[in-house]
Design a binder for this molecule. Structure first.
Ligand code: IMP
Length: 417
């Protein structure tokens, strides 16, 4: 494996958690490099469903060290809750979870501001997860953020939070109730900071030592390529770079250290939140995908918007991330369809030149396989129509598909040699 990155190729929710879980069976480290508790990785182990928002999915395997990198924005309150959740299913996190000293901290003020700016935006709202991500990254860029290393000095931390609160009071229409509401959340926030401060570590040195030792390292992307702040469907994006190019900045490693990049793509497209979605199906197909795929946001439980696989955008994702091979997920969701469409390109131009709001998708139609593929363990045993669908996507993207996920369970996966 040595250093392998797993990146979302669409608008997030591609099923990266399951692929990381699968690949992590022989990993030594799993590290995240961007985002925060806006992410939600759902993993099904037997009858247990686990949703991880900040802790890398690798935590579920007992020998793995997990790192939250400097490029992340960490929510202490949610992190404490997540650690508890993981520990209630019998997984010990002691000595296995480290936070970069330079990662930024999400405060209750950031969460308030996230909702405040969304409400002000009216019909231009992004549809954020309201986890404070945008405001925390804004403070980072404004150079007034709070970092994990600041948790060690209690007085200093309180002063920095007070500065954020003072700034907030200068905004329009902030009521006394708003301030009181935030103040109520501050004590549990400071308490959580106390509880996680011992996890702060020099993650730069930890990772580099492992690179030098030739350890197996997995780099876990969150969200997806089209939510990237520079390369996605701006302004309807998240506030970090989600593409592989940000791995180096978000963990402090060199591009030369990364050996392999796996792009995870769902067999159809989904998006949660506002913004353009050229292949969206506001009809019975979209409804079918939403229901059969149980497409609800893992963080907000909002219904995901659904549509056909968009090869134009996927080709862009392959290029911008330098994808070596693809993991195609949730293929079983298409089991009952008579016909399945793929958008091969846009009639009116290429992404990113074409404005996504104006994109006119051109489709091809492929026959469905009309049977369950969940129990199939070998590629050659898949129905001819399923193989045809996989091969068509490979041909359109010019990249091999090496992993196919055929269900929620850990075992429902096929590796193609
Ligand atoms: P934020 O990251 O909470 O600021 O939200 C910005 C946009 O990214 C919104 O459309 C969210 O729905 C979307 N988003 C953020 N995180 C995820 C994710 O993990 N999966 C899917 N969409 C996400």
């Amino acid at each position: 494996m040595p250093v392998t990155a797993v990146i979302g190729g669409q608008w997030g929710d591609e099923g990266k958690g399951k692929i990381i879980d699968y690949l992590s069976c022989d990993a030594d480290i799993v590290a995240r490099f961007q985002g925060g508790s806006n992410a939600g990785h759902t993993i099904q182990i037997k009858d247990k469903e686990i949703i991880l928002h900040q802790i890398p999915s690798g935590i579920l395997r007992k020998s793995i060290t997990c790192i939250l990198g400097n490029g992340m924005v960490i929510d202490p309150v949610n992190l404490v809750r997540e650690i508890k959740d993981v520990e209630t299913i019998g997984i010990n996190t002691t000595g296995r979870l480290f936070l970069s000293l330079n990662a930024h901290i999400v405060t209750p003020i950031h969460k308030f501001l996230d909702a405040y700016w969304e409400n002000k935006a009216g019909n231009r709202a992004i549809g954020t997860t309201k986890r404070g991500i945008g405001p925390a990254y804004t403070d980072k860029i404004k150079r007034c953020g709070i970092r994990v290393r600041d948790l060690k000095n209690r007085e200093n931390l309180r002063e920095k939070v007070q500065n954020q609160l003072d700034y907030l009071k200068l905004l329009d229409n902030i009521s006394n109730e708003d301030i009181e509401g935030i103040q109520k959340e501050l004590e549990p926030f400071f308490e959580s900071c106390e509880q996680i401060k011992h996890l702060a570590a020099d993650t730069f040195s930890i990772i580099h030592k492992h690179i030098e030792n030739g350890s197996n390292i997995l780099l876990e992307g969150a969200q997806g390529t089209l939510l990237d702040i520079d390369h996605g469907s701006y302004p309807f994006v998240t506030s970090s770079n989600t593409i592989s190019g940000n791995i180096c900045a978000g963990l402090g490693i060199s591009p030369k250290d990364i050996d392999k990049i796996i792009g995870v793509f769902k067999a159809y497209n989904t998006r949660v939140g506002a913004g353009p979605f050229p292949t969206e199906q506001l009809n019975e197909y979209g409804e079918y995908l939403q229901q059969k795929g149980y497409e609800f946001g893992a963080t907000t439980r909002r219904k995901r918007r659904c549509g056909w696989f968009d090869a134009e955008l996927a080709r862009f994702a392959v290029k911008v991330n330098g994808v070596d091979y693809i993991a195609l997920t949730k293929l079983d969701v298409l089991d009952e369809l008579d016909e399945i469409k793929i958008c091969t390109h846009y009639e009116n131009g290429r992404y990113p030149e074409v404005y996504l709001e104006d994109a006119k998708p051109v489709y091809i139609s492929l026959p469905g396989w009309k049977k369950s593929i969940k129990q199939i363990k070998e590629f050659d045993k898949l129905p001819a129509e399923t193989i045809n669908y996989i091969k068509k996507i490979e041909e359109l993207l010019s990249v091999p598909i090496k992993i196919v996920s055929t269900g929620k369970e850990r075992e429902e996966i096929i590796f193609i040699d």
